[in-house]
Design a protein around this ligand. Structure first.
Ligand code: GDP
Length: 296
């Protein structure tokens, strides 16, 4: 389900998260490892205030490993621990539990000193749609708890899910809206499947995505589509479109008259991207996108 966000929805989402914050110790902020900045909600720092948090770079199995490492270092500079995770396989999940407990270690040690036995650390998962919240909740729970988020008209009591010995997780995540101000951000969100294809034209999404891939991962394209040469100038749109047409020809995306169907070609490219047929790719780097950004 992709939610269409209007100001009223955003205000409601914010209120719901603020309510949940009262119940928990630690926020687990889910980002997409391929686009850690574009998949961040712009108001998250304001919403979370000083709440301890761990940052998860989810879908790290789909991201460029080196770039993910660079992001981990970038977050560390901002005094946030970012943990690469693959929620589908569970890779990185033990570290989430460990890091969440560490956030409360000092407070709980003080409680123990006073003879009070601390309760389990309570955590809430937050993130934009499709970033993997339900998958991670199910993974941490070790079973399907079907956290489908806050559907309108469906109210259900919130439940705590036990995670190991000393941690509890709210079974419904906090859903945040992605940021829309910048069109490039929109294309990255669409390319990674965070927003529905109908919202932006597949040709536009594929065009901007291909342009980026040509620049950073050109060899992967040549290999996948059995082509010899990349466009020399990606700033020239017709060169990029010509290249897309070569891909379309290779993949048989033809229409009547033998011309290339660019919409079909775009869909093929986006499907290949999302099913890892092109390989592991990241669409944002700290050097290119992170220099003016501070978070936390
Ligand atoms: P939510 O809307 O944030 O709850 O997202 P979901 O948990 O429903 O996940 C959205 C899609 O991403 C599903 O198809 C998941 O299988 C997939 N997904 C979630 N986490 C990962 C991950 O770490 N790696 C990969 N490859 N896919 C993931």
């Amino acid at each position: 389900m992709t939610i269409q966000w209007f100001p009223g929805h955003m205000a409601k989402a914010r209120r719901q998260i603020e309510e949940k914050l009262k119940l928990i110790d630690v926020v687990i902020e889910l980002l997409d490892a391929r686009i850690p900045l574009s998949s961040r909600n712009p108001m998250i720092d304001q919403i979370l205030q000083q709440k301890p948090r761990v940052v998860i770079l989810n879908k790290s199995d789909m991201a460029d490993e080196q770039v993910t490492e660079n992001w981990v270092a970038w977050f560390a500079e901002q005094e946030l621990e970012a943990i690469p995770v693959d929620a589908t396989s569970g890779k990185g999940v033990p570290r989430i539990v460990q890091a969440s407990k560490e956030k409360m270690a000092t407070k709980f040690a003080a409680m123990r000193k006073k003879g009070i036995n601390p309760r389990p650390v309570r955590a809430l998962i937050v993130g934009i749609p499709n970033v993997g919240k339900s998958t991670l909740i199910n993974r941490m729970a070790g079973r399907n708890v079907a956290a489908t988020g806050d559907r309108p008209g469906v109210t259900k009591a919130q439940q705590w899910i036990r995670v190991g010995q000393d941690m509890e997780l709210l079974d419904t995540p906090g859903i945040l809206w992605p940021k829309f101000e910048d069109q490039q951000v929109g294309y990255r969100l669409a390319a990674t499947g965070a927003i529905k294809d109908e919202i932006l034209h597949p040709e536009d999404v594929a065009f901007h995505t291909i342009k980026y891939i040509i620049t950073y991962y050109g060899d992967m394209l040549l290999e996948r589509y059995d082509l010899n040469e990349l466009p020399a100038d990606t700033e020239n749109p017709s060169e990029v479109v010509d290249f897309m047409e070569m891909i379309g020809r290779r993949r048989g995306c033809l229409q009547s008259g033998g011309t290339i169907n660019l919409e079909k070609t775009s869909q093929v490219i986006l499907r290949d991207l999302r099913t890892l047929k092109l390989g592991r790719l990241s669409f944002e780097t700290p050097t290119e996108h992170g220099s003016d950004v501070t978070i936390g």
